[in-house]
Design a protein around this ligand. Structure first.
Ligand SMILES: *Cc1c(COP(=O)(O)O)cnc(C)c1O
Length: 362
């Protein structure tokens, strides 16, 4: 498979650490991993044992949910771990690079810098949209990974599937396209913002990051998935620590992902999407608001006439939002997560009091 040819040679050649749990097969008396034979003090049935490195039940559930084969799923500690593994496997320090499209999620560039890889920036266009032609024109031979955040954080904009698939095709044999779908559950599939996971069989250089941290309300459990060809998954597993997923996190994930949990998740998304529309409309009518960017995620990126005043007013009311003014093109913006309806109401009450644009800039 050509995409493995883009990986670091030493990683391809690496003989991975083989843990006791990987080598174990069957048996009722487990004396192979130096665990305690006794359960922990204070309860926690089963926690005396190391966890399954890639729990079968979780792989199968996620595969069904995302419409891929279990062999195309790698579960880890949030999608952050997937980003880190990809950079370590595909970027040689001092030689290779990743490509990012600011303003976007900061972890891609941070992971690259930790690895000693370069960072090529191709900014989103004036309306914060992906510009496929500009990206291809800026592509250098050093670029191994292209990160596309879809929907994008912190702007909230959706990225058309057609653009992503065109990009995957154009990058074939040259670089991997990593599509970060952390917010895809909140996106409008009917407007070409659906997941690209179904296109994995068509492109060996396509990787998709998914997470349970947002729509599934499990940020504290740290469970994310990388969807990719089985050969890429096998390569990344060589770099992964032996027991990445804590047992309580796996249990919490399986409980949330049960069919009843899935139905409730869909209802929750409907609530968030309708609150998002309500908030966007209300904010657009406020004099202190310059622009509410089109949103396909569970937050709004709001540009203010006087962002410092808006930030201070919210802070003063005990409402913490994300200050994104250091991001390219967003020097006047705050990122506001959609909360519960009464929390959203409080945001609107504070901002509506900043009556006029002049008052805002005072
Ligand atoms: C929140 C977020 C994630 C999720 O990270 P986890 O490590 O899975 O919690 C990934 N990508 C983006 C762009 C995000 O905003």
């Amino acid at each position: 498979m050509s995409v493995l040819g883009l990986a670091r040679a030493e990683v391809r050649a690496l003989a991975p650490y083989s843990s006791a749990r990987m080598e174990a097969s069957g048996g009722a008396v487990l004396l192979n991993a130096n665990e305690s034979a006794w359960p922990p003090f204070g309860g926690g049935d089963g926690l005396n044992r190391y966890p399954d490195p890639q729990p079968r039940a979780l792989l199968e559930r996620l595969a069904a949910l995302y419409g891929v084969d279990p062999g195309q799923v790698l579960v880890g500690r949030g999608s952050d771990e997937g980003i880190d593994l990809l950079v370590r496997a595909f970027c040689r320090a001092g030689r290779d690079a990743v490509l990012v499209m600011p303003p976007t999620f900061g972890m891609y560039a941070v992971a690259a810098r930790i690895q000693g890889a370069g960072v090529v920036e191709v900014p989103l266009n004036a309306s914060f949209a992906l510009d496929v032609d500009a990206l291809l024109a800026a592509l250098t031979p050093e670029v191994r990974l292209v990160f596309a955040c879809a929907p994008n954080n912190p702007t909230g904009g959706g990225v058309p599937r057609a653009d992503l698939l065109r990009l995957a095709a154009a990058l074939a044999g040259r670089a991997l396209l990593v599509v970060d779908e952390a917010y895809i559950e909140f996106a409008d599939a009917e407007h070409d913002f659906a997941s690209v996971a179904d296109a994995l069989p068509r492109f060996d250089n396509l990787m998709v990051l998914r997470t349970l941290s947002k729509a599934w309300a499990l940020a504290g459990a740290r469970v994310g998935a990388l969807l990719a060809h089985a050969e890429v998954i096998a390569l990344l597993r060589k770099l992964m620590p032996p027991y990445p997923l804590p047992t309580p996190s796996v249990d919490a994930a399986l409980r949330a992902l049960a069919p009843t949990g899935e139905a409730r998740m869909r209802d929750r998304i409907a609530t968030i999407v309708s609150e998002r529309a309500r908030m966007a409309t209300a904010l657009r009518g406020m004099p202190c608001v310059r622009e509410v960017l089109p949103a396909q995620a569970n937050f709004l990126c709001v540009r203010f006439h006087a962002v410092a005043a808006a930030w201070a007013a919210l802070q003063g009311a005990g409402i913490v939002v994300r200050n994104v003014t250091r991001y390219r093109g967003l020097a006047d913006a705050l990122r506001i997560t959609i909360g519960m309806p009464d929390e959203n109401e409080r945001v609107l009450e504070v901002l509506v009091r900043l009556r006029a644009a002049v008052e805002c800039s005072a």
